[in-house]
Ligand binder design. Sequence first.
Ligand code: FAD
Length: 303
Amino acid sequence: MEFIQPGSWAEALAIQAELPAAVPLAGGTDLMVELNFGARRPGALLDLTRITELRHWDIDGNQVRLGAGVTYSQVITELRGKLPGLALAARTVGSPQIRNRGTVGGNLGTASPAGDAHPPLLAARAEVEIASVTGTRSLPVDQFFTGPKHNALEPGELIAAVRIPLPSGPEQFSKIGTRNAMVIAVAAFSLALRPDCQEVGTGIGSAGPTPRRARQAEKFLAAALAEAGLWESRARLPDAIGAEFGDLVAAAAEPIDDVRGTAAYRRHGLAVMARRTLAWAWQDYQHGYDGAGYEGERDEPCE
Ligand SMILES: Cc1cc2nc3c(=O)[nH]c(=O)nc-3n(C[C@H](O)[C@H](O)[C@H](O)COP(=O)(O)OP(=O)(O)OC[C@H]3O[C@@H](n4cnc5c(N)ncnc54)[C@H](O)[C@@H]3O)c2cc1C
């Protein structure tokens, strides 16, 4: 097996163009497991760890541009104020060792339905920045997942970054596992309230062939809050709204029975998580939380 270590992004893209079968390596926390179990035997590995810009994030307008090689530990320590949903999810990933090595770009690369970064990225309406020698394209994250462990990358393409709008309101994340750490989600859910657009974002994990949004639930909640004037008043949220939201989230899932849980349990868990994350987010909103770092105008339009 050839081991290629480019020193720059341009070099990495050139190699990926020349050798599209070379498999990119970031933290290796998914890939090395596959290699060690003999599940994969690529002819070449393209080690991206020497490309320093991949490990950086910056603010670009009202977005965080998160380099594909930013680790979960970085998200937790450096971005918990700016991206609270993603940081909450990052805290549930593996163990400290896994969080030190594992990257958001690697989570997207694997595209597992159970990847914990995916629900908050979906809820935040993030975009994946994809690069090749011919240029860069951007894809909404809900179009990036094409099937179980399949993504929209074409041969010769690499994930450069994820662009995540700074939140204008509270974000929450919840995950069901069989224990508190080192656990693959039985089901996961993320919620983002977007008061500037009077919109709601959702992300469902581990309950369908791909991570997905609960679009009907998003529409219902945004409209219910608008009809009752709650976006403005921040008054108490009627229980019936939370209950209906939970049911619509559960209905949006397409879970299966497997070793980690039954489809029925996953649906039930999603309804509970949706109600709870809404209650937590609403409490934050009532306490005046309007996001951190968000300043007025959005770069991207409301939907
Ligand atoms: C013990 C253990 C516990 C874990 N717990 C969790 C958990 O709780 N939640 C969770 O979501 N995951 C968990 N994982 C899985 C893994 O840690 C995550 O999916 C992590 O985000 C992978 O990132 P990485 O940088 O290690 O990716 P790698 O293993 O380096 O790569 C993963 C895939 O992405 C591709 N890739 C990497 N970077 C790029 C790029 N820039 N462009 C294109 N393709 C790229 C690789 O080719 C590979 O196919 C766990 C893994 C282990 C071993």
